[in-house]
Ligand binder design. Structure first.
Ligand SMILES: NC(=O)c1ccc[n+]([C@@H]2O[C@H](COP(=O)([O-])OP(=O)(O)OC[C@H]3O[C@@H](n4cnc5c(N)ncnc54)[C@H](O)[C@@H]3O)[C@@H](O)[C@H]2O)c1
Ligand SMILES: O=c1ccn([C@@H]2O[C@H](COP(=O)(O)OP(=O)(O)O[C@H]3O[C@H](CO)[C@H](O)[C@H](O)[C@H]3O)[C@@H](O)[C@H]2O)c(=O)[nH]1
Length: 320
């Protein structure tokens, strides 16, 4: 297939593009490098630096395309609480412009990076796809709006659309790993704290209603997320929009992640408890039964220590 990957210069998009190339697909990456890196685009992929809202030119100029994998987004929850307008414009308005281009160019399949953040504070865990979607922050809301648009567009226009609602993505796929500036994610920050480069790791609140008071998240290996994109491309059904949770169905608290980082690195992770971070739900754990049943996907690398080992290997190869 010929596939357009938006956000292919980012953490997850570069890993997805890498796996597509390994499977023999042709890949064009469209990324504005707002948080991504040109050198993260895998060799073998064509790279267009530009916004997703400029996708029409790429789809008509370099097409025809069989599919669009739409990963480009702003993705930091606390930034979305402080500057919601940037998220609504980038993640929602620009995505709708991209969808117009997809329909005009008659691209048959689209896989969208949705998120666990669409569920907000869940009433029940593990979270099923049928759970109420009440986002707790503008980031989740900006993504839910696209899920809803896809639902209607697929039905009206015959598009085969899949929303993959990732939980917390971690690990690395060889040279493709987590690399944000500034970094805000738990695993890379804990690794830096273990290396002694960042001082103490700030634990955002230890008064949540969880077994040790810190937030609980469901971590999923980026390589498994990449495989899920391949499965979604194969399993997308014309005229339907399907949403799938991508998680392991097991939760780890912030303190448990710090302990795993200490185990893997053999180093102490200095940490101190600070105030809660706005917009953080207490517990997010996926029920990932639907994606197993309908797409035949299941995580091959569910172990937290394994994800941290891969992230650690990536991190040490890029000490800056
Ligand atoms: N990291 C996670 O745990 C996680 C969890 C759930 C969902 N997601 C979603 O997965 C996707 C990838 O996340 P990531 O962690 O790789 O983030 P990332 O910041 O590394 O990647 C996002 C990429 O999108 C690009 N981008 C942003 N806005 C753009 C625009 N308007 N036009 C073109 N390119 C643009 C950025 O430059 C970057 O390369 C995002 O949609 C995010 O919301 C991530
Ligand atoms: O310095 C830190 C960083 C994080 N945390 C805690 O660690 C957990 C995970 O935080 P991350 O920032 O690593 O990830 P988020 O859960 O905020 O968000 C990630 O997963 C979400 C879905 O669950 C989104 O889609 C989002 O894009 C993606 O970054 C949270 O409880 C957070 O409070 C800390 O205690 N200290």
């Amino acid at each position: 297939m010929k596939v357009l990957v938006t956000g292919g210069a980012g953490f997850i998009g570069s890993a997805v593009a890498c796996r597509l190339l390994e499977e023999g697909h042709r890949v064009v990456v469209l990324d504005d490098l707002s948080t991504g890196f040109a050198d993260a685009v895998p060799r073998g992929a064509a790279f267009v630096r530009g916004s997703m809202s400029e996708a029409a030119g790429v789809l008509s100029g370099q097409g025809p395309f069989d599919a669009v994998l739409h990963l480009a987004a702003r993705a930091l929850i606390d930034d979305s609480v402080r500057r919601p307008e940037r998220f609504w414009r980038n993640n929602t308005v620009e995505s709708l412009t991209l969808l117009d281009a997809v329909l005009r160019a008659e691209v048959g399949r689209l896989v969208f990076s949705s998120t666990a953040a669409v569920y907000g504070q869940p009433d029940r865990v593990p979270i099923e796809e049928s759970a109420p979607t009440v986002p707790a922050n503008p980031y989740g809301a900006s993504k839910l709006a696209v899920d809803l648009a896809l639902e209607a567009y697929a039905r009206a226009h015959g598009l085969a659309a899949v929303s993959l609602r990732y939980f917390n993505v971690a690990g690395a796929l060889g040279e493709f790993g987590e690399r944000h500036e500034p970094e805000t994610h738990i695993v890379p920050l804990a690794l830096e704290a273990a290396l002694g480069g960042r001082g103490e790791f700030p634990v955002f609140g230890d008064d949540y209603p969880t077994h040790d008071g810190t937030c609980v998240r469901d971590f999923i290996h980026v390589a498994d997320v990449a495989e899920a994109h391949l499965a979604a491309l194969r399993g997308a059904v014309p005229g339907e929009h399907r949403a799938y949770n991508l998680g392991n169905g097991a939760g780890f608290s912030v303190r448990e992640v710090l302990a795993a980082v200490a185990r893997v690195t053999g180093r102490r992770v200095p940490a101190r408890v600070v105030a809660r971070r706005p917009g953080d739900p207490a517990v997010l754990v996926a029920s990932a039964g639907r994606v197993r049943r309908e797409l035949g996907w299941q995580p091959a690398r569910p172990a937290l220590d394994g994800m941290i080992e891969d992230a650690w290997r990536f991190h040490r190869a890029r000490p800056s």
